[in-house]
Design a protein around this ligand. Sequence first.
Ligand code: NAD
Length: 502
Amino acid sequence: MFSHKYFGKELGHLIGGKSVPPHSDQMMPSFNPATGEVLAYIPEGTAEDVNLAVAAARKAFEGPWSEWLPWERHRLFMRIYEVIEQNFDELAYLTTLDIGTPITKTLGMKQYALKAITYFATQTTNIGGQTLPNNIGTGVMTMTVKAPVGVIGGILPWNVPLVGLWWLLGGTLATGCTIVLKPAEYATMTILRLVELLYEAGLPEGVVNVVAGRGGVVGQALAEHNDVDRVVFTGSVQAGRKVIMASASNVKRVQVELGGKSPDIVFADAPMELAVPGAAMAVYNNCGQVCTAGTRLFVERKAHNEFVDKLVKFSRQMRIGPGIAHDTDMGPLISQGQLDRVMSYVDGAAPEGATLVTGGKRLGGDLSQGYFVEPTIFCDVRPEMTIAREEIFGPVISVIPFDTEEEALRLANETEYGLGGAVWTQDLSKAMRMINRVKAGTFWVNCYDWMDAGVGMNGYKLSGYGGKGGPTHMDNFLYQKSVYINHTYSGDVPPVGAGLRA
Ligand code: NAD
């Protein structure tokens, strides 16, 4: 059985490269969602802890770290690569026990992490402005230069700590910013251990700090802190709104990556051997606790019955159990609260007219101490039903039939969200029309949930703004200065307001 130095202990924050006890001495238990047992005790941070961490991050930002050259930051990434590669199994097991994701999945995230580190390492030497033409005069050279934004506040969700952190760390370390991380209450241990490993790799003191605790206290204090220059929030729409409002304190830059209710569109000409497991795992992955989960499954009517039969068969073959077992396909939900939430959506679906075709129950027996639910499929779902509109964050698929491409498109876009989406078809023209017209920040064709740091992900509508990864990611961590240089040293160009010359 996997054991860890954190288990049974009261943990501290990680500030200035050291473990620091919480100002208040208050602790909260961190549970194994597969068994309900307490794994460790997490500090309940306060605004004082946030102040301490922000001061450490500011000191680091103004200190020697600001003098590091791009190649030195690149070297740091390479050392981080080695340390993460050597210690990834530990991170994977810790995460599996802490949040329930099957161990085969968390171990599989190693490749993602190492590729992301490599990608962000290359960005260190790629940051630069442009020289630009101007209409002022031939004696004036104009350009943009880039400068790190400063201290970042990073507020994280609990569902994919081994993936989500790299966007933030990548942008922070590649540009020379510093950061205070606020992990989610349920996934603090992975973040603490990962940041400890960064220090083992040679991270300068205070460049990355962690303050654990409740969202309404630590998250709020970070979002409104006057010495934080930018806040990056990933989580629910409700909390995201509060972060946007709090960010007004010093008009800090803000990025919010929020929830989704993504459409997954299956045409009758889809490659079914891909589409059936693809549509199922687009929801069952991480027990449905993925922001991009394709929970609104639109199936062309002429393929509907056959497709649903295959989907039900796939769902019933899923092996449900503790994530730590290597033959588990789907682990538990994260908490009792999340279980209650998912079951309330399931219980409310039939009264609204949906038909339960498989699943719908909490698992008992050996699994009764954990938060396990069956993979669940509802048919006869209409777009206005609650399960078709609201983010459930559980393994629940709503199947909605359609007859024409136009109808599929209209239904797909009938949502307040716009995070992900997918189409399954062998007709490339049809796929292109969907790519162009579905209002989603990330879109897949004949696949789902592929993610690459260099390509990124984005959001439309309530799913937030700012984006992660891709060609504009670094700009989120940089100021752009516009520079005008008069190199004539003469009166040929008026020294003031040259641009206003008649
Ligand atoms: P959540 O909003 O409850 O919590 C997210 C983080 O915000 C946590 O660290 C929490 O402590 C903190 N928080 C809560 N209230 C806050 C406040 N008032 N001020 C500042 N911080 C606060 O979300 P969750 O339950 O951890 O995660 C699930 C949600 O996250 C889902 O809606 C999911 O779709 C979304 N999510 C989005 C993405 C994305 O990239 N778009 C990725 C993962 C998860």
